[in-house]
Write a protein that binds this ligand. Structure first.
Ligand SMILES: Cc1cc2nc3c(=O)[nH]c(=O)nc-3n(C[C@H](O)[C@H](O)[C@H](O)COP(=O)(O)O)c2cc1C
Length: 199
């Protein structure tokens, strides 16, 4: 039996993206944004939704650029700190001992200590009640080479990205590989899927 939890902001898992930006004075800042995800393939796009009160909100509107640095499980406390403090009040990079590195393709900093980073130029801005959705075109994806697999793709096990669970307000890490996508579905027995167990 399902139990309704009402109309809540919930989906799992949510990513923990560290959104990097330069403010109007050129100060580097990061904030975690879990209301985020991929939203187009051609051109490759990613959206983050930021409340208007965030210092990062104004920074992206001004610079038309941002980055996403993907923290690993050992960065949970640092990511959480960045979500408790505003760049309006404190230099979070300095407080956390992290290194801001200027992106190659856009006017924004990323976290040099992260294993994977994404550079984005602002493509669209969508007002959504409490939040503004910033849709960025992905200009580059950078992964530290030791976190790539033999095929040159990001290796989930080694990347070990931090995940967020809304409502419970918990950080999680990823589990085990289950199957190959766009492949395992070929083994499905159609009768079992469409007709159930026949009872
Ligand atoms: C795990 C986590 C996820 C968060 N996700 C979002 C989000 O998606 N959008 C948002 O506006 N704020 C989000 N926040 C809150 C901001 O990160 C927080 O208000 C931060 O201090 C804003 O920083 P800034 O003022 O330097 O931009 C999140 C906080 C945490 C801890």
């Amino acid at each position: 039996m399902f139990q309704s939890l009402g109309a809540r902001a919930f989906a799992v898992p949510a990513p923990v993206f560290l959104v990097g930006s330069y403010d109007r004075d050129g100060r580097a800042n990061i904030m975690p944004a879990a209301w985020s995800g991929l939203c187009a393939s051609h051109p490759p796009c990613l959206a983050v939704s930021l409340a208007r009160t965030r210092w990062t909100h104004a920074a992206i509107a001004e610079r038309h650029a941002f980055t996403v640095s993907i923290p690993d499980r050992d960065m949970a406390a640092q990511a959480d700190f960045a979500g408790l403090i505003s760049g309006r009040d404190e230099d979070k990079f300095a407080a956390l001992g992290l290194t801001p590195k200027t992106a190659e393709h856009v006017d924004a900093p990323y976290v040099a200590e992260c294993r994977a980073v994404i550079e984005l130029r602002l493509l669209h801005t969508l007002a959504l009640g409490s939040h503004t959705q910033y849709i960025g075109e992905i200009m580059d994806v950078k992964v530290q080479s030791r976190y790539l697999d033999a095929d040159g793709f990001p290796d989930m096990r080694r990347l070990d990205p931090l995940l967020y669970v809304p409502l419970a307000r918990e950080y999680w890490s990823v589990g085990q590989i289950v199957a190959k996508a766009f492949s395992v579905g070929r083994s499905v027995d159609r009768r079992a899927v469409i007709g159930g167990d026949g009872s």
